[in-house]
Ligand binder design. Structure first.
Ligand code: FSO
Ligand code: SF4
Length: 578
């Protein structure tokens, strides 16, 4: 195997024996095969859409985004699910091809011309519909899958260009994850499906052998992702209302319990509906924490609090949780036996040997197995709760509407020099020692500064008291939500820039991004597309970007590697707007 799509990749170069995340070589190969197959299906859908018959296939659109999402880091480790995804991909390909044939649309021969970076495999468009390849099981698939990894592309294209193609593909993974969340709430955009499939088609075309064109496609994908993040933000606020500042307890209460992890608000909502009146308390975990700020979710009295920290602590958190655990999306890890019988996967997530809840034809999910398991488990007892160390509440719910409602105070504070600088510390957390940089960074922040957090990186500081901005009642620490709420941060920055008649780059604002997986790649591409400069990125730079590729980003955007060895020095530079 060879996988270097996330920040924790082995030795900062690539996982080759087994993933640091626990991904097996088999699952890694099947994910490669799925991405290769989806490139073929996406290409076909692009040809169909742009043909005179303008053929659009809703099932193909949904499938592509979900299948790509399933290959994101820490989403799915179950080889049988990938067998299913690849089989479904080929079926949908055949169905779409039949629809096109019936409408008299032929795929031009030039479209399926072999591209050398697919090595011994045919063009993905041709392979998907190759009925001579009988893929009856995981064994058959693995043989083919071993030819579809990034190594082939590196060999033909060189590491820089192959890495830039991966940059586009990884950005698409993040974008598709966000788009899929929005779709779960009924928000879709035909232009987003069209863009995703156009990028997949591009990755199979001769143009993808040109560095300049690949980079342009990456920035265009950043533009698409901006639309997707806006769509997801609207999906959340249209369904559940705008987040409002809300205190959340970290102290459990006695009673049966379900813990909901991942990012999917729609699943949480369905679960709250199905558990209402059953005497079960629901807790958020990890990136579900911002749920407490949404009026449409906080109204449920049995959404009682938050339990645990960032994703990488889940083996401790889930083992200590005396109820059932619902995994809606990433990040999920191979479970310990201590809680394997209590955990359930949903949506694109998957773990070998763990029950998976599937939706019915109308998208409804029956969470009865999770509820039954919660009822069998002890839950929190009065005695167990009494023994726990009491923690202070945290406050969530500072979406763009809440933050903009206090904008006049922020603007006045900037004008009166009571607020010297704003930091946006967004992104993910992780277990590597270098990530202590982010914990230490906050210690160097002068008191006349504010910090906006988003993503699970917030868990470095979310329970600390930063006090209020001098002369105001504004909290210095405002959590804007999940990683996708980078959209909210951009709305706030753009509005501030308008007031000060300047651009985002000239505001007393620094972005220090802690990246981990491919959603962070999508957000980074969006920021670069918007022309945001001086972004710090850490704790390590992506392994898939060669020094040559990083050089281009440094030249064009002054992208700055986080100075993990000296957070104080980074803080000094940021205070000087460098
Ligand atoms: Fe974290 Fe995981 Fe939201 Fe990421 S839970 S690490 S970028 O998936 O998605 O912040
Ligand atoms: Fe390694 Fe990350 Fe790939 Fe997992 S997702 S195999 S940790 S690079």
């Amino acid at each position: 195997m060879m996988c270097y799509q996330c920040e924790q990749t082995k030795s900062g170069t690539g996982c080759t024996d087994i993933g640091v995340c626990g991904k097996t070589p088999e699952v890694s190969a099947l994910q490669d095969l799925l991405i290769y197959s989806v490139k073929g299906l996406g290409s076909l859908a692009h040809v169909a859409r742009t043909s005179p018959a303008k053929i659009e296939d809703a099932a193909v659109n949904t499938f592509i985004n979900g299948a790509i999402f399933s290959t994101l880091t820490n989403v799915n480790f179950a080889d049988d699910r990938f067998l299913e995804f690849v089989t479904d991909c080929r079926k949908l390909h055949a169905q779409l091809a039949a629809k096109m044939a019936a409408a008299g649309v032929a795929v031009p021969a030039a479209e399926t011309a072999h591209q050398p970076w697919f090595g011994s495999m045919p063009h993905p468009l041709a392979w998907n519909s190759d009925t001579h390849v009988a893929l009856a099981g995981v064994g058959d698939m693995l043989e083919v899958a071993s030819k579809t990894g990034v190594k082939e592309r590196q060999h033909v294209l060189g590491e820089t260009l192959a890495g830039l193609q991966e940059l586009l593909m990884y950005g698409l993974k993040g974008l598709c994850a966000y788009a899929h969340h929005a779709e779960a709430l009924g928000h879709t955009d035909p232009a987003v499906y069209a863009d995703v499939q156009a990028y997949l088609h591009f990755l199979c075309s001769p143009a993808a052998a040109d560095v300049g064109q690949v980079l342009d496609a990456c920035f265009r994908a950043g533009a698409t992702n901006f639309r997707v993040m806006e769509m997801l933000s609207n999906a959340h606020t249209d369904t559940f209302g705008h987040p409002v500042p809300t205190p959340v307890t970290l102290n459990p209460v006695p009673g049966k319990a379900i813990l909901v992890t991942g990012h999917d608000m729609h699943d949480l909502h369905m679960l709250l509906e199905q558990t209402a009146g059953k005497g079960i308390n629901v807790y958020t975990h990890g990136e579900m924490l911002p749920a407490h700020g949404y009026p449409g979710l906080k109204k449920y009295p049995h959404l009682v609090g938050h339990f645990g920290g960032a994703w990488y602590r889940q083996k401790i958190d889930f083992a200590a949780f005396p109820g059932a655990v619902a995994v809606t999306t990433n990040c999920v890890l191979d479970p310990l036996t201590a809680y394997k019988d209590n955990i359930f996967t949903i949506n694109e997530t998957g773990l070998s040997g763990v029950p998976h809840i599937r939706p019915d034809a109308n998208g409804h999910k029956d969470f009865t197995p999770i509820i039954n398991r919660a009822m069998q488990l002890p839950g929190f007892t009065a005695e167990s709760v009494a023994k726990m160390e009491k923690k202070r509440d945290v406050t969530v719910g500072f979406g763009h509407k809440s933050v903009l409602s206090v904008a006049p105070q922020v603007i006045q504070a900037i004008q009166e020099k009571r607020l010297e600088h704003i930091f946006l510390v967004g992104g993910c957390d992780g277990s590597e020692p270098q990530r202590k940089y982010y914990s230490k960074l906050y210690q160097f922040m002068p008191t006349n500064t504010m910090v906006l957090t988003l993503g699970c990186g917030k868990f470095r500081i979310f329970d600390q008291d930063f006090g209020t901005l001098p002369g105001t009642d504004l909290p210095r620490l405002l959590d804007m939500g999940q990683c996708n709420d980078a959209y909210s941060a951009l709305v706030v920055a753009t509005e501030l820039a308008k007031v000060f008649k300047t651009d985002v780059n000239s505001l007393p604002l620094s972005l220090d991004l802690s990246w981990f997986e491919q959603k962070a790649v999508a957000v980074l591409l969006t920021l670069l597309h918007l022309g945001v400069r001086n972004i710090r990125l850490g704790p390590r730079l992506p392994a898939f970007l060669t020094p040559e590729a990083v050089g281009v980003l440094v030249d064009r955007f002054n992208l700055i590697p986080a100075n993990v060895a000296d957070p104080g020095a980074d803080m000094k530079m940021m205070m000087e707007c460098k």
